[in-house]
Every structure is written in structure tokens, then in C-alpha cells.
Write a protein that binds this ligand. Structure first.
Ligand SMILES: Cc1cc2nc3c(=O)[nH]c(=O)nc-3n(C[C@H](O)[C@H](O)[C@H](O)COP(=O)(O)O)c2cc1C
Length: 181
């Protein structure tokens, strides 16, 4: 089993990454895990050229090409983002757009969930990720929301920390069941 966490925050040691790490702690050692900080990748937005409709691949030759095989190989995908202006960050948005050609079932059945952090008003951030997971035909499980502003504030959101640990345990259980099928 392989679990990947995709982080849309520009802060590698920010609140979102902290919560994701809380989840990953339960899975590391048992499963192959990888955290992908989108900040480290050059990912351009979709140009809407429709090349992928015929060719089943994206024509833009940037770092997204490295990520497609990782997505296809993963069994669990955790999309993680702070709320920026009530939605996901532009980094995560570009990543999501660029997977448009994978919506026809290529990621079907993979477990998908989210980690969202906001100061207070997260707007449509969770909805955007849930809608994405639906379109990609992934099996959605409820994720975690944390409330924090400055780096490290997430430590004060005890409920979010607990929820992250629960999510980790849940993924572990689900994966064990799937492996047993
Ligand atoms: C550009 C920008 C926009 C933001 N917009 C929102 C918002 O709409 N709603 C909200 O609750 N918090 C908003 N925040 C606060 C962040 O979501 C918050 O600081 C979060 O903890 C950052 O997570 P990180 O440490 O993982 O980057 C915004 C922060 C920035 C920098």
C-alpha cells in the first residue's frame, strides 16, 4: 500500500503540514508514505487546450509529469491545504486542474481525503476538495479541519490533533481490510 499526502501550503512546517504529519505517523513503517510539497514543484495551470482528451496525457512538460505516476501508484491520497481566500491555495488548484484527464476512472477506488486549515472562515475549501475527489471517482472518507493562523497555532487545536490521529488509524484499518480482500 502506498499513501501520499499532497500539501498546497507554501509553509513546509506550517499548520497543514503538521496535521498531515500527525496522520502519516500512523502509516509510516507499515505502508510506503510520501509527502509531496507542491511548493517544490513547478506546476503550471491548465491551458484548457484539450490535448489530453485525445492523448490521455498532459501536453505541458513541467514537474506535474513526475507526479502523475505517483498518483496512479498510490492507494490513498490526502489532499492538504490551508484555506486561502475561502478556497484551496493556487498551488493545489493548479495541481487539481492538471489531473483533468484522470477523471475517467484512472484513479477510481483509491481512498481520498483532505486536511484543511483556516483561521476562521474556510468558505468552500473542503467542498472544493470533496468535489474533486468525487470527479476523480475516488472513495471519499471524511478528513480533518483545523483552526489556526500563525505557524504552530495548530498545537492549540486539540480537537484537530485528535481528529488527525483518528484519521490515521482509520486509514490503517481500511487499508488492512482492503489488503485482506
Ligand atoms: C493569502 C492568505 C489567505 C488566507 N485566507 C483565509 C481564508 O479565507 N479563511 C481562513 O480561515 N484563513 C485564511 N488564511 C489563513 C490561513 O489559512 C492560516 O494562516 C493557516 O493556518 C495557514 O496554514 P499553513 O500554516 O499550513 O500555511 C489566509 C492566509 C493567507 C496567507
Amino acid at each position: 500500500m502506498k499513501v501520499i499526502g499532497v500539501v498546497g501550503s507554501p509553509r513546509k512546517n506550517g499548520n497543514t503540514a503538521y496535521l498531515l504529519e500527525e496522520v502519516m505517523k500512523f502509516l509510516r513503517g507499515k505502508y510506503e508514505t510520501e509527502i509531496i510539497f507542491l511548493k517544490d514543484y513547478d506546476i503550471k495551470p491548465c491551458e484548457g487546450c484539450h490535448y489530453c482528451e485525445e492523448n490521455k496525457r498532459c501536453v505541458i512538460e513541467d514537474d506535474m509529469q513526475e507526479l502523475y505516476p505517483k498518483l496512479k501508484k498510490a492507494d490513498v491520497i490526502i489532499l492538504s491545504s490551508p484555506s486561502f481566500m475561502g478556497g484551496v491555495t493556487s498551488r493545489l488548484r493548479a495541481f487539481m486542474e492538471r489531473t483533468w484527464f484522470l477523471r475517467k476512472g484512472q484513479l477510481e477506488g483509491k481512498i481520498g481525503t483532505y486536511i484543511v486549515v483556516g483561521r476562521r472562515k474556510i468558505g468552500s475549501t473542503i467542498d472544493e476538495i470533496e468535489e474533486y475527489l468525487t470527479r476523480l471517482k475516488m472513495t471519499k472518507i471524511p478528513g480533518v479541519i483545523g483552526y489556526a493562523f500563525e505557524k504552530g497555532d495548530i498545537l492549540k487545536d486539540k480537537e484537530a490533533l485528535k481528529e488527525a490521529q483518528k484519521l490515521g488509524k482509520w486509514i490503517l484499518k481500511l487499508s488492512e481490510k482492503l489488503e485482506g480482500v
